[in-house]
Design a protein around this ligand. Structure first.
Ligand SMILES: N[C@@H](CCC[C@H](N)C(=O)O)C(=O)O
Length: 276
């Protein structure tokens, strides 16, 4: 079976996108892992499926699979690539979209300069909604990783995140502590783990160990999570430039009950077909 796909990237967080508005492509976990595997398959961090929505006033449905084959709820860089894809493919001529995901609606808007701003919804801090094992909402939670004690912000941007503050992004223990926290028993659905160095009130550096992938060059929801945690600690302003290994995102959050807005690029890389 030959399947057509589009390769896209947002700050080096890369995606294989399948158009299921006129197809009914269904892949097994093994096929997803094969496609995502670098050097053996096409290679990507996530696979995205564009589908029609049957909800009123909703333009499309968006499904996301991590490279390990697991379906997840949300993806920030993927949302921008999704919006660029549906416009470039002529599936819509709208500049403001409403997209259904497993964790609610998100609203991408195509900017004049080609960047895309996505309303990622209101961040969820209640432990039960993340989900994270804790009795009440705290700014930071103490958590043991082996014999070491860390403090994390825990938050959902539609998907679960832990955020740690570090003095130096270069020496942050992303592959070690990130991997362990991602699988920590207090996150029953596992977590994405961000390491944030605060440069000043409106600039941070960030590296993210993504659930189901490992460290990526950028994570949009991780950037949103870090800015909300930094603001709640009164360390960040309402508009923040997030410097990730793959480039910059602008994140805006006006505080409790406000939605997080993420602005950044989405880039088409190539079209391909794969034999499965
Ligand atoms: N790269 C993404 C997040 C993708 C999903 C994540 N790994 C998860 O398991 O929740 C982003 O840009 O937000």
């Amino acid at each position: 079976m030959q399947i057509a796909f589009t390769k896209m990237q947002g700050l080096g967080n890369d995606f294989i996108i399948f158009d299921n508005t006129s197809n009914s492509i269904s892949l097994t976990t093994e096929q997803i892992r094969f496609i995502a595997r670098r050097r053996f398959g096409v290679g990507c961090d996530q696979l995205l499926f564009v589908e029609a929505s049957n909800k009123p006033n909703v333009d499309f449905r968006y499904r996301i699979f991590n490279a390990d084959g697991e379906e997840v709820q949300q993806c920030g860089n993927g949302a921008r690539c999704f919006a660029r894809f549906v416009v470039d493919k002529g599936l819509t001529d709208k500049k403001n979209l409403v997209i259904e995901t497993h964790s609610g609606l998100i609203c991408p808007q195509i900017e004049e300069n080609g960047d895309i701003t996505v309303n990622m919804g209101v961040p969820r801090l209640n432990p039960v909604d993340i989900p994270f094992n804790a009795d009440k909402v705290e700014l930071q939670y103490p958590i043991m990783v082996g014999t070491d004690l860390y403090k994390i912000g825990a938050i959902s941007i539609g998907n679960p995140h832990a955020v740690l503050l570090v003095d130096s992004i270069e020496t942050a223990p992303v592959e070690t502590v990130g991997a362990k926290l991602s699988l920590h028993h207090r996150f029953p659905q596992r977590a994405n783990v961000s390491f944030m160095q605060i440069i000043d009130n409106s600039n941070i550096k960030l590296r993210v160990y993504e659930r189901g992938v490992g460290e990526t060059l950028a994570c949009g929801t991780g950037a949103c999570a870090a800015v909300v945690v930094g603001q709640r600690l009164k360390r960040l302003d309402s508009i923040v430039t997030v410097n990730l290994p793959g480039g910059q995102l602008q994140i805006q959050w006006a505080g409790p009950d406000a939605a997080v807005l993420m602005t950044g690029p989405a880039v088409h890389v190539f079209e391909g077909t794969i034999e499965l």
